[in-house]
Design a protein around this ligand. Structure first.
Ligand SMILES: O=C(O)CCC(=O)C(=O)O
Length: 274
């Protein structure tokens, strides 16, 4: 199913990847060791009224890692020392990304695509349930937010389907707040672009079904993954920093994460030897 009746700036294709590509991606995903990051750190403590907390889910980043405690990429002001050079895409993923870029350039007006735009950044979100004091607690959702990286964002979904919405405001649940809803199926591609979907509205994942009962992703302690989503974004190269170029306090804050990553990633192993 393709895009027939979607508003300008939205694209949806199901299925987008075939069974072989899906199987290859799942084999590779099983080798990852995602991080369960804390929102804040020693040098970036919670602001008044907020508190230290783990993220809702484990994540993995490719291209550059936007550590939560470095406050994510948020142009125009929040660009310095937020994106840390990370692993490149494995070949099978790069081929998929090339196809997504091709579709975006073909589907959207030129004005939606920034100069030098390429999907050089990927956030992999692991959605599922967490074991907390002997109870499985559903953590498979994302609250209203914007992806601040410029240009189209591509989103590839694996596993149970997710109910995804664009909404006008943060934290309002009224029906009239909802601008557009879309079920994101296993192996589907969604792309969103342009002022309306990137800047004017927020997006969220309201819920993820629990129907497929398929084991996907790596083993994660006390966590049961039922959906994995890749969002591909663009960060200008000049805003991506090697670990060694971060100020000392920021290096200290993310060092435990980099050490953990280095146990399984040759990229992060090298980072620590310089
Ligand atoms: O999981 C999804 O479909 C959306 C994820 C998302 O909103 C994000 O990574 O910013």
């Amino acid at each position: 199913m393709k895009n027939k009746h979607l508003p300008t700036g939205l694209y949806y294709q199901f299925p987008f990847i075939d069974r072989k590509e899906r199987a290859q991606l799942l084999d590779w995903l099983a080798t990852l060791v995602p991080l369960w990051e804390m929102r804040f750190s020693e040098n970036n403590p919670p602001p008044e009224g907020d508190k230290q907390r783990p993220l809702l889910r484990p994540v993995y980043w490719l291209g550059n890692w936007q550590f939560a405690c470095l406050d994510y990429y948020h142009p125009p002001k929040g660009i310095l020392h937020r994106c840390v050079r990370a692993e490149t895409y494995p070949l099978q993923l790069q081929k998929i990304v090339d196809r997504i870029e091709f579709i975006a350039r073909k589907q959207f007006p030129k004005s939606f695509i920034p100069e030098k735009w390429k999907l050089n950044t990927c956030l992999i979100n692991f959605y599922g349930s967490k074991l907390e004091e002997d109870k499985w607690v559903d953590r498979a959702r994302v609250g209203e937010h914007k992806d601040f990286e410029p240009g189209p964002v591509g989103s590839l979904s694996l596993g149970d389907r997710a109910f995804f919405q664009f909404v006008n405001g943060k934290g309002q649940s009224a029906e009239e707040n909802i601008v557009f809803s879309q079920w994101l199926e296993d192996s589907s591609l969604q792309i969103f672009a342009g002022d309306k979907w990137k800047n004017k509205t927020f997006h969220r994942v309201q819920r993820v079904e629990d129907k497929r009962k398929e084991k996907i992703g790596p083993q994660i302690a006390d966590f049961n993954t039922r959906r994995i989503n890749f969002t591909f974004r663009y960060v200008p190269e000049e805003h991506i920093y090697p670990f060694k170029d971060l100020p000392q306090g920021k290096q200290e804050d993310i060092l435990p994460y980099v050490q953990t990553l280095s146990l399984h990633s040759s990229h992060f192993k090298k980072v620590l030897t310089f």
